[in-house]
Design a protein around this ligand. Structure first.
Ligand SMILES: Cc1ncc(COP(=O)(O)OP(=O)(O)O)c(N)n1
Ligand SMILES: Cc1nc(C(=O)O)sc1CCOP(=O)(O)O
Ligand SMILES: [Mg+2]
Length: 212
């Protein structure tokens, strides 16, 4: 696996969360296409894959996107992220704590944490998180078992603590209001990965963020 040639110091604003039926060449091609449109982070979230398959898929992505400034982030598991040569990890409330991941992480490695309110954002900040994923902002069918949408005021409160990536039900039309509520960026699964035209959907999000 070649070393990444371009490592951005800028925190990514548009996180494409993988949401595919299968994690194959076609999925890689979709992710390459959306990154070409300006998506600056890909989060590998693949609950149906084994640890070994997550590492293999992520390594292919790291390899194929070398030379771009995109950051590859692995959901849930800092060990798999490090094994795959990824650029960061996104940790949920039941995963290894942010502070523990931070101790393992090399310089520049991104550590994000899920938050549902400002108190959780303060806890993530105290533990050394770079950003918080804040949601669910709107209803979604991508993930079950979520609490009710938190609303824009809770997003605003959390966004005062750390750079906040708004998640759940985000599409280009909703970008202006989440950015007006103080979000630093957005995380998007179905609006890109389940779009019939993922590159066009990605471009719409990139343009909406640029205008916000
Ligand atoms: C940017 C971002 N924010 C929140 C989440 C949710 O993560 P988590 O709580 O770990 O839940 P799962 O994604 O594992 O179902 C996220 N993935 N990304
Ligand atoms: C993986 C995930 N986590 C969420 C949370 O609020 O914790 S919402 C979500 C799914 C986001 O998918 P979509 O962009 O298709 O709504
Ligand atoms: Mg997770």
């Amino acid at each position: 696996m070649p070393a990444k040639e371009v490592r951005s110091d800028v925190l990514p604003r548009i996180h494409c969360i993988t949401h595919f039926g299968s994690y194959d060449d076609e999925a890689i091609a979709v992710l390459e296409a959306v990154v070409r449109q300006g998506v600056d982070a890909v989060q590998v979230r693949a609950k149906s894959l084994s640890d070994r398959q997550i590492v293999a898929f992520t390594r292919i992505l790291v390899d194929r996107l070398a030379g771009t400034s995109v950051r590859i982030i692995v959901n849930d598991r800092v060990d798999l992220a490090l094994a795959a040569g990824a650029d960061g990890v996104h940790l949920g409330r039941d995963d290894v704590p942010v502070a523990a991941a931070r101790r393992l992480a090399p310089l520049g490695f991104l550590v994000g944490g899920t938050c549902r309110n400002a108190d959780q954002a303060r806890e993530a900040k105290a533990q050394g998180a770079d950003y918080v994923g804040v949601g669910p902002v709107y209803p979604t069918t991508t993930k079950s078992g979520l609490p009710n949408p938190i609303g824009l005021e809770t997003l605003r409160d959390a966004a005062r603590v750390l750079p906040a990536i708004a998640i759940s039900g985000i599409n280009a039309e909703r970008v202006p209001e989440v950015m007006a509520a103080g979000a630093y960026g957005v995380a998007v699964a179905s609006a890109i990965c389940r779009s019939p035209q993922p590159a066009i959907a990605a471009r719409g999000l990139v343009d909406a963020i640029a205008l916000a």
